[in-house]
Design a protein around this ligand. Structure first.
Ligand SMILES: O=C(CO)COP(=O)(O)O
Length: 252
């Protein structure tokens, strides 16, 4: 299988600009080769352009944490896929559980965002994941495949093949409670079989699926060794350069 792993930090609503520059200085020249792994950081909107300008020759992709689904117009406070594309921002996270929960984003909004990003040439990182209640009720597979079907509705297989999907169980985000590598792999497998059911084997073998939820330098290697896990989406452990670099150690 030739899926290239993708390790992405998600800074959420953290850091000031000085800290962003310090992070960049501390990772300068230290990232692993692009041949082995794709490395990205998702940052608050106001840091995206500075990140693109300061990455220099570092093989670091830049991701938005959210985006709107229109390209321009009277949508106060939003940023568009076209704006991201014009500044060389490669990825945008959509449907993070924090957006779904605190900002009431629906599967339909997320699907529109995915389509708008693809049309603009920005790669979506589509998030899915269940609550503790759903997990404990044994309904994870049903829930996650429903989110994936709704999120991908009407999108062409060739575009899905290039997307990234992140499975992030809500009960493991910021709690220090990582899903075991087995559980993470099993549910990433559910995501892959949902894609296979919708688009066939070729697309499901191409799409990259990340695990997210309390991933740490100590747990990342085992997670990455699993068949259905092609990367990680990392919150807390991506904030400091040392810990971010430690997540990438296996690729150095
Ligand atoms: O939500 C996450 C990444 O998008 C996970 O956050 P933590 O790694 O802090 O649990």
């Amino acid at each position: 299988m030739s899926r290239k792993p993708i390790i992405a930090g998600n800074w959420k609503m953290n850091k000031n600009l000085k800290e962003v520059f310090a992070f960049m200085a501390n990772i300068d020249g230290k990232l692993p080769s692009e041949d082995k792994v794709e490395v990205a950081v998702a940052a608050p909107a106001m840091y995206l352009v500075p990140l693109v300008h300061h990455r220099g020759k570092n093989p670091l992709k830049v991701s938005a944490e959210n985006v709107y689904f229109e390209n321009s117009g009277a949508f106060t406070g939003e940023i568009s896929p076209a704006m991201l594309a014009a500044e060389g921002i490669e990825y945008a996270i959509i449907g993070h559980s924090e957006r779904r929960e605190y900002f009431h984003e629906t599967d339909e909004d997320i699907n529109k965002k995915a389509k708008a990003l693809i049309a603009a040439g920005v790669t979506p990182i589509l998030c899915c994941g269940e609550t503790l209640e759903t997990f404990e009720a044994g309904k994870t597979a049903e829930w996650v495949s429903g989110q994936i079907e709704a999120g991908l509705a009407g999108i062409d297989g060739k575009d899905v093949a290039n997307m990234v999907i992140a499975y992030e169980p809500i009960w493991a985000i910021g709690t220090g409670k990582t899903a075991t590598a087995e559980i993470a792999d099993e549910t990433c497998g559910v995501v892959r079989s949902t894609v296979e059911k919708l688009y066939g084997k070729e697309v499901s073998e191409a799409v990259r699926i990340q695990y997210g939820g309390s991933v740490k330098p100590e747990t990342v290697e085992e997670l990455m060794s699993k068949e259905n896990i092609d990367g990680a989406l990392v919150g807390g452990a991506s904030l400091e350069a040392d810990s971010f670099l430690a997540l990438l150690k296996m690729y150095m």
